[in-house]
Design a protein around this ligand. Structure first.
Ligand SMILES: C[S@@+](CC[C@H](N)C(=O)[O-])C[C@H]1O[C@@H](n2cnc3c(N)ncnc32)[C@H](O)[C@@H]1O
Length: 232
């Protein structure tokens, strides 16, 4: 490891390393992965496909996609998340999932190139310089023509609009921290995490070899991208 390389776990978000938070995560998140699985299936996901879920958390997407594909590698940098994920996979009796404790900057893919990479609500943990390196590493593990489905908190506005848009976004925050993210949690996210502007993220995707096939933004603060890895 080079001296200047980022310690991903130190940037993973303290809550993600906390087993108690991990235990309540699915209820708080309320995440339904059906649409993501459908999008991948429409893009050719099938019984031979290799899928990598980066920042997989407790594995909601992993266990939803596993029945429709050949193999899933579920990667998370947090030991507590990886343990919960492993337990979930074991209990569900799914046999085609491998859980790896690792991250965007450390996961080493082996075997057949991936057909799909999925990552949700995790890339913002990395500063933009490192997002670029993470996206480059994702492009390297995908086959040409393979797809990246990226969902994350992304700010789709100009800096001059920040105050108005962030305030509007926070006005829709949850009031119960067990059932969603409160305005205090969103404020902390803006202060100390690394959600970036859509126009910076889109440039990073282009620079690292992705064509954006579909993009959408919700409330100017959440982006969903389906990207195709260009052939060299
Ligand atoms: C908000 S959770 C999202 C989990 C899951 N993708 C979902 O949508 O429910 C963020 C996850 O990213 C993981 N994470 C943070 N930094 C990471 C990194 N550098 N590489 C891989 N995973 C990371 C955290 O441990 C956590 O499990």
């Amino acid at each position: 490891m080079r001296e200047w390389w980022l310690d991903e776990r130190a940037y993973a978000g303290a809550e993600h390393l906390d087993p108690q938070y991990v235990q309540g995560y699915d209820r708080k998140s309320g995440f339904d992965p059906t649409e993501d699985v459908d999008v991948l299936r429409r893009r050719g996901l099938g019984p031979e496909s290799v899928v990598v879920d980066l920042g997989a958390g407790t594995g909601t997407f992993t266990v939803a996609v596993a029945p429709f594909c050949g193999h899933v590698v579920a990667v998370d940098v947090s030991p507590a998340m990886a343990a919960a994920l492993r337990e979930r996979v074991e209990h569900s009796g799914i046999g085609n999932v491998r859980v790896v404790e690792g991250g965007f900057l450390s996961y080493e893919h082996d075997g057949a190139a991936a057909d799909f990479v999925y990552t949700r609500n995790a890339l913002h943990q990395l500063p933009d310089f490192w997002k670029g390196i993470a996206l480059e590493r994702i492009a390297a593990l995908l086959r040409p023509g393979g797809a990246l489905r990226l969902r994350d908190l992304v700010f789709d506005f100009a800096p001059a609009e920040a105050e108005e848009r962030i305030e509007a976004w926070m006005a829709g925050a949850a009031t119960d921290p067990a059932l969603g993210w409160t305005s205090a949690e969103l404020a902390e996210h803006v202060r100390i995490e690394f959600s970036t502007y859509s126009w910076l993220l889109e440039a990073l995707l282009d620079r690292t070899g992705f064509d954006i096939a579909e993009r959408s933004y919700r409330r100017s603060a959440y982006g969903t991208y389906t990207c195709v890895r260009r052939a060299e």
